[in-house]
Structure formats: structure tokens, C-alpha cells
Design a binder for this molecule. Structure first.
Ligand SMILES: [Fe+2]
Length: 259
């Protein structure tokens, strides 16, 4: 095999996001000859968090690895699944002792691929250093898997950019999630790492990052706190398509944005 083709989907938001994955993923996989599907599922249940049932639903649509982020603990029933299902990840730089794992190795056509989930620290809750956590995992997995894919769930573009340069030449790809807005800076860095600051969101198009726009506007206008609701209507799938050589170097990164 000359290359592995990987599809990474941006944060799946609520039912709108889940349903477009259900309706469109198999077509995308066939059309692009995708070998591995990774998706961020941390907003998949009611717009914030993920439940065991929802994680099973996403796996059933053909997603191989689910990454998450800051809303992972919202529904307690996910904890038992995190400890049992190695393809469901929480950020690796959560404190030692946290349930679940932040990386896994999956085999694609007998080829080992390591997926790592990290979370940023700028404008987010204080956790361990994602840079040093990457070093630690890299030391452990580099002899086992030469393809390493990272979902860096972070708010600040500066932290994401810095992390991209930090892992260049060691990881095959680093993509950002969490802001739900796709950026247009996809590139292959000099060391062979594919990079994009944020791959965007999979959810309702006419929304405020996947949530009902009227409620969101009201919150901004009146300084009130309307409970957020997942927006309905036409949905969009945002993500990236990666082509990674068997030497672990990225050959291609292409943005996906379709409804
Ligand atoms: Fe998030």
C-alpha cells in the first residue's frame, strides 16, 4: 500500500450533526476511498457531551475512532465506555488517574496508526501540558506506529499553530477542533506534517456554532442566559481528507465542506 486515506470530521453537534453523518458518511468514504474515519464527538449529545448510546450510534455509521474534549464528563454514563472502548478517546493531557485513554493504535489494512487526542490550555480549564504529553506518548508509540494523527481540541489559534510546528516531522497530521469554524490554512509543514488550525463543525448550517441562533442572539443582546438548544435544518459536514504515506509523511490535506 502506498498511502492511507483518512477522513477527519469536525465536532458533530447534536442530532443535526449525527443525522448528516448517518446520511452522507458512507458516500464520502466510497467517493474518496477512505481507509479510516476519525470524528470529534464531544458535542454529539444535545450539543454538549456524549453518551454511551450516542457513541455507539456514531460507531455504527462507520466512524472508527471518536475523539472528544472539554465536555467529555457531562454525561456520566460515558465513563464506563471510556474504560472499555479503546477507540473512544478523551484528551490525553487530563490529569493522571482520569478514566479512559488519550490515544489508541488502530490497524488499517494491517498498518498501525496512532490517534492522539490533546486539549489546549488557553481560555480553557487548566490541565496538564499538551506539548509535554505529546512528547511522552510519542516516545512510547513511535516504534509501534509510524503514522500518528492528532486532534488538538483547543480555543486559541496561537496554541494550535505552535503545536503544529512542535510536532512537525514527528506526527503525520495535526488538526484542530473545538471552535467549530473551519479555517483555510491547511498545509503540509516542512517536516511532512499536515496541519490545519480548525476543521470546522458537522451540524446545522444556519446556527451559531451548531446551536439555535435566536437563543444565542438573545443571550448576547440581553445579557441573559437562555439555555442553548441544538439548531435544526440543513446540516453541513466539515472536515479534512488526509493522504499519508507509509513512511508517516503527509502527501495531501484537503478540506471537506458539504451539505
Ligand atoms: Fe470543545
Amino acid at each position: 500500500m502506498n498511502a492511507i486515506r483518512i477522513l477527519a470530521l469536525g465536532d458533530i453537534v447534536g442530532r443535526s450533526g449525527r443525522h448528516i453523518v448517518r446520511d452522507r458518511l458512507s458516500h464520502l468514504v466510497t467517493m474518496h476511498s477512505v481507509d479510516l474515519v476519525i470524528a470529534n464527538g464531544e458535542n454529539a449529545a444535545h450539543g454538549r457531551g456524549i453518551t454511551k448510546e450516542v457513541a455507539k450510534e456514531l460507531f455504527s455509521y462507520g466512524i472508527h475512532v471518536i475523539t472528544t474534549g472539554n465536555h467529555i464528563w457531562r454525561f456520566k454514563d460515558i465513563i464506563s465506555m471510556l474504560t472499555l472502548e479503546e477507540r473512544l478517546l478523551r484528551p490525553a493531557n487530563f490529569p493522571p488517574g482520569s478514566e479512559g485513554s488519550g490515544h489508541c493504535i488502530v490497524r488499517v489494512k494491517d498498518f498501525p496508526i496512532c490517534v492522539i487526542n490533546l486539549q489546549g490550555r488557553i481560555y480553557m480549564r487548566a490541565i496538564d501540558c499538551p506539548f509535554r504529553k505529546f512528547d511522552e506518548i510519542y516516545e512510547r508509540v513511535q516504534s509501534e506506529a509510524c503514522i500518528i494523527i492528532i486532534d488538538f481540541h483547543a480555543e486559541a489559534t496561537s496554541e494550535k499553530k505552535a503545536m503544529g510546528w512542535y510536532v512537525d516531522g514527528r506526527a503525520s497530521a495535526l488538526f484542530g477542533t473545538h471552535t467549530h469554524v473551519q479555517t483555510a490554512d491547511e498545509t503540509i509543514l516542512p517536516g511532512g506534517t499536515a496541519y490545519i488550525t480548525d476543521i470546522g463543525m458537522t451540524g446545522a448550517q444556519d446556527s451559531v456554532i451548531g446551536m439555535d441562533k435566536e437563543k444565542s442572539i438573545k443571550n448576547f443582546l440581553l445579557h441573559s442566559y437562555e439555555s442553548h438548544e441544538v439548531a435544526q435544518g440543513l446540516a453541513t459536514i466539515c472536515g479534512i481528507l488526509l493522504e499519508i504515506g507509509c513512511d508517516g509523511k503527509a502527501k495531501k490535506i484537503e478540506r471537506i465542506n458539504c451539505s
